[in-house]
Design a protein around this ligand. Structure first.
Ligand SMILES: [Ca+2]
Ligand SMILES: [Ca+2]
Ligand SMILES: [Ca+2]
Length: 255
């Protein structure tokens, strides 16, 4: 088996590696649970080999996906507004929204099954056109807070992140195209938000003529109430045809 495995194509190896890693991790955890006394070193080494990211992935590996919305079929169940948009090669979206959400957030009502208290909410966040980044005295195109997206739980911010449509624009900061992470505790529940830029801003995909960017966002709710509102609010300072956003490929897992 080993020689064949080694001779395999590199793409196939990465698949095998993923499967083997998952299996090894599963075995490791089973061992930790089964023989938790006397094998502290084994448990510790397995634990220390898991990065925070893979631990989070493991937490959700076998969770039930209870919501999957592509927004291409008219299903906007749970949302405070339905805006069926299409963003070209990035597909259908809930949007575009803009500064119309500064005072009244777009919300999604998360409703977990009885006995469940954890949720992993995942979606693509499309940052469309000429967002102007962080607050900056030399930045005439953003409000005092910057052009930010606020992600909220029951109206409270769990992430407030500025976005900019190109480097070296007023309001650009080094690191703005890198991963964002935040964690907030509200009423004993923990909300972890992570954002990873998956595209751009290198091309004008839709909306107006400015380049657009796509971020993959995860909102992890731990020890959360059975029902809560996930909100999106963007106090950008220019019109929806200059800076807007949308949500795509939305899903919820829970356990
Ligand atoms: Ca702008
Ligand atoms: Ca602006
Ligand atoms: Ca555009």
């Amino acid at each position: 088996m080993l020689p064949a495995f080694l001779k395999d194509e590199s793409g196939a190896i990465s698949v095998d590696w993923t499967v083997m890693t998952a299996a090894a991790v599963g075995l490791g955890l089973a061992s930790v649970t089964a023989v938790s006394t006397g094998t502290g070193n084994l448990g510790d080494s397995i634990r220390s080999s898991l990065s925070g990211a893979s631990t989070a992935a493991l937490r959700w590996a076998f969770a039930r996906e209870t919501v999957s919305q592509s927004f291409g079929d008219g299903d906007f169940t749970g949302w405070s507004q339905a805006r069926a948009g299409d963003f070209g090669e990035w597909g259908p979206m809930q949007g575009p929204f803009g500064r119309d959400t500064a005072n009244e957030a777009l919300t999604y009502a998360v409703s977990l099954a009885e006995g469940h208290s954890n949720a992993l909410i995942e979606f693509d966040m499309l940052i469309i056109d000429s967002w102007d980044g962080a607050a900056d005295p030399n930045n005439p195109w953003a409000n005092a807070q910057g052009d930010v997206m606020r992600i909220q739980i029951n109206g409270q911010d769990v992430a407030v992140e500025p976005f900019v449509h190109r480097e070296n624009h007023p309001g650009y900061r080094p690191g703005m195209f890198e991963d964002r992470k935040s964690s907030v505790t509200i009423d004993g529940a923990t909300y972890n938000v992570s954002m990873t830029m998956t595209d751009g801003p290198t091309a004008n995909v839709g909306g107006a003529g400015w380049n657009d960017q796509r971020w993959r966002v995860q909102v992890e709710a731990l020890d959360a109430p059975q029902n809560f509102d996930l909100g999106f609010s963007s106090p950008v300072d220019q019109n929806i045809n200059d800076e807007s956003w949308g949500i795509a490929n939305f899903s919820v897992k829970e356990n």
